[in-house]
Design a protein around this ligand. Structure first.
Ligand SMILES: Cc1ncc(COP(=O)(O)O)c(C=O)c1O
Ligand SMILES: N[C@@H](CCOP(=O)(O)O)C(=O)O
Length: 465
């Protein structure tokens, strides 16, 4: 399996190189050259298998023999042994045809752990094989950062630098990033918003001397390895609900478009998915784009679902590439428009292709609080604000007789203030995080300027080529 850039001007790479590259050298995102497929018979054979077994079956075509099967199996087993639920991502029924897929049983209580625990092991393995080290940078609106720090802490082949927007993440999220005692971890509070952090990360990748000088790698969902690992739970869920002999719909709380793009990949691989529904908060750029065909940035609004306070939705580029039948020149044009004027138009044919695959809806702050309250009253189930967005939008997109699964992307205890205000319940952190709020914090505050961040990374990274 080879990987190509969405902008068509970077070298085509194999799995391990695409994994270590993070962002392609032309600023694009890597995607597989073709989608591997599983037959209905092969999908049916996944029924009753463990999460780990399904992961191996679904992910092997992407790795394509670049890592020996036994080594890859061990990585999968170790990654998912960190989860506190035997099913890894359990499914909870909340209505006759409504389900919540709990993706928050990992160490940092968000869906990011699912991919990050595997990604860290894959990267470590590749670096060890090659006798190399890497400098990892990541931007976070709250959850990616904690998950990445947890997964990479103490690994001596990597130094990790996580950029988070100062004052714009929840106190629990902040402490998951700032209380690590590992010397290879650097939490950086950036005076800006998530989009500023993400732009800085992309600019570091586009600065070739810097990129090569510190052997830069990335762990955001711009890295194909992140998307790939998230494809697995669409398969485990669908087969648990009667797939592939029945179509399942999914609603996904969406920000950077990584999680829902993984659903699209599952569909491309042959999983019968009915509706794929994008659920946004007040930062509804994706819902507006699907309606109007114009991707147009607006000022970011702070909401009770801070992890989704995003305007530049990185993985939408992967979808554009698909919708334009993989014509990279059209993607380059759109991305140049975005850079220049903060907007681009999607051609009619491509928009139609996108609308055939996706629906979208938005939840206001009032909807979020109302959903947390009503779901608790009706079912006894406590949602976090991000998952509540999904449940609110899912309800408007359900089809009678057809299962609708909402991805529950975070544990309510990560956002106690919003959850308490909506439900009256103060959700407790699990025992392993019980002392989180009294642990000592360690982080640096930086201006959102490329040179300042690069200087910091250069001074602290233990690699210099
Ligand atoms: C809790 C939570 N829900 C949803 C999202 C959105 O996921 P994606 O960026 O993959 O669209 C994020 C962050 O991205 C998140 O942290
Ligand atoms: N919501 C994310 C934003 C970054 O998304 P990623 O999936 O591209 O890493 C976060 O919590 O940091």
């Amino acid at each position: 399996m080879k990987y190509v850039s969405t902008r068509g001007e970077a070298p085509t790479l194999g799995f391990c190189d695409a994994l270590m590259a993070g962002l392609a050298r032309d600023g694009g995102l890597y995607v597989p050259k073709h989608w591997p497929t599983l037959t209905k018979k092969e999908i049916r054979a996944l029924r009753g298998k463990s999460y780990q077994e399904v992961a191996f079956a679904v992910l092997t075509p992407f790795v394509d023999g670049e890592i020996a099967d036994d080594k890859f199996r061990t990585m999968i087993d170790e990654a998912y042994a960190t989860f506190r639920h035997p099913a890894v991502t359990p499914l909870v029924q909340t209505g006759p045809n409504s389900f919540v897929l709990e993706l928050f049983h990992g160490t940092t209580l968000a869906f990011k752990d699912v991919a990050m625990q595997l990604l860290a092991r894959l990267m470590d393995y590749v670096l060890a094989e090659r006798g190399e080290r890497a400098t990892i940078v990541g931007a976070t609106s709250g959850d990616t950062g904690g998950a990445a720090i947890d997964a990479f802490a103490g690994r001596d082949r990597t130094d990790i630098f996580i950029l988070f927007p100062e004052g714009k993440v929840s106190p629990v999220q902040q402490r998951q990033m700032t209380t690590s005692t590992a010397s290879n971890v650097h939490a950086l509070a950036i005076k800006g918003n998530f989009d500023d952090c993400q732009n800085l990360v992309k600019e570091m990748f586009n600065d070739t001397p810097f990129r090569d000088g510190v052997a830069l790698s990335g762990v955001n969902s711009i890295n194909w390895g992140r998307i790939m690992a998230q494809v697995v739970y669409y398969f485990t869920t669908a087969v648990a609900l009667g797939g592939p002999d029945r179509k399942i719909s999914f609603t996904v709380p969406t920000g950077n478009f990584g999680d829902i793009f993984a659903g699209y990949v599952a569909k491309k691989m042959g999983l019968p998915i009915d509706r794929l529904v994008v659920a946004t908060n007040d930062n509804d750029i994706l819902a507006r784009t699907l309606k109007t065909g114009r991707y147009e940035m607006r000022a970011v609004k702070a909401t009770t679902s801070p992890s989704m306070d995003i305007q530049i939705s990185s993985n939408f580029e992967r979808l554009l590439f698909e919708a334009y039948d993989r014509d990279a020149s059209k993607v380059r044009l759109a991305m140049a428009g975005l850079k220049q004027s903060g907007a681009f138009e999607i051609e009619e044919k491509a928009l139609k292709a996108i609308k055939r695959e996706f629906r979208a809806g938005r939840a206001t702050e009032k909807d979020v609080a109302g959903t947390i309250k009503s779901v608790l009253a009706e079912t006894g189930y406590l949602l976090d604000p991000h998952s509540a967005i999904g449940v609110h939008v899912a309800a408007k997109n359900e089809k009678p007789g057809s299962p609708m699964v909402t991805l529950a992307t975070a544990h309510p205890a990560k956002f106690p203030a919003a959850v308490k205000s909506a439900s009256g319940i103060d959700p407790a952190l699990p025992t392993w995080l019980a002392d989180l709020m009294v642990r000592e914090e360690r982080f640096d505050i930086l201006e959102p300027e490329l040179k300042i961040v690069e200087t910091f990374v250069n001074e602290h990274a233990r690699i210099r080529n």
